[in-house]
Design a protein around this ligand. Structure first.
Ligand SMILES: NC(=O)c1ccc[n+]([C@@H]2O[C@H](COP(=O)([O-])OP(=O)(O)OC[C@H]3O[C@@H](n4cnc5c(N)ncnc54)[C@H](OP(=O)(O)O)[C@@H]3O)[C@@H](O)[C@H]2O)c1
Length: 181
């Protein structure tokens, strides 16, 4: 039985992670949130802790007070500065040993060249490498939910897709057509 804190645990991806952890009944589950009220969790079986992502010492105190051993980050857009502070706080918290950064990579390989989608991811990985925390990165591809919403249950926000299957087949058969350029 672990004590897990999910940062952004009511967001699109975080909500599913939090619900599944709570449903498993195997862990004590906290949600870290900037906006929601302490104790007032919308997800059954979990409790809410208010967090200030600008203060690593306060984050460490919050995590240690609840004996959190694992932090799962599901912050939006791979977390930015807030996630770096969360890593710094987890590093300082005596109880915290493990960290999962917000990544869940849709279409970039885990160690892709730096670009607008990977900058925050790579900064978090750098911070984790030197932290002494045990960490795991998840690179999962695109959630298939997007192809089923609204006909399947999902917490993800709807996304509009345009699939050019004919172009893809033609490009494969006749590469010199350069249909994507
Ligand atoms: N593979 C895929 O297909 C796929 C699809 C979607 C997302 N993702 C990835 O999954 C991760 C989570 O994305 P998401 O769409 O679930 O995020 P989201 O719903 O936009 O945000 C999740 C939570 O993060 C907190 N948050 C948002 N902005 C923040 C900020 N600037 N600083 C601190 N906290 C902030 C908010 O919680 P509070 O307001 O309660 O603090 C929010 O509810 C991202 O890394 C994203 O790239 C992957």
């Amino acid at each position: 039985m672990g004590v897990v804190a999910v940062a952004g645990g009511t967001g699109d991806v975080g909500r599913t992670i939090t619900e599944q952890l709570a449903e498993s009944g195997k862990h004590t589950v906290y949600i870290l949130s900037r906006k929601l009220k302490e104790g007032d969790s919308p997800i059954p079986g979990t409790k809410l802790l208010v967090i200030d992502y600008s203060d690593a010492d306060a984050i460490a105190a919050t995590l240690d007070a609840k004996a959190v051993d694992t932090v799962i980050s599901a912050l939006g857009l791979a977390g930015g500065e807030g996630q770096l502070k969360l890593i710094a706080g987890a590093k300082k918290a005596p109880s915290t040993r493990r960290f999962i950064p917000s990544e869940y990579a849709a279409y970039t390989p885990p160690d892709a060249e730096e670009n607008e989608f990977t900058t925050d991811v790579l900064r978090a990985v750098d911070a984790l490498r030197g932290s002494g925390l045990q960490y795991t990165r998840f690179a999962i591809g695109i959630f298939m939910d997007y192809f089923g919403i609204p006909n399947i249950p999902s917490h993800l926000s709807p996304f509009v897709w345009v699939l050019t299957l004919l172009n893809a087949v033609l490009q494969y058969l006749v590469p010199e057509l350069k249909l994507y350029q």
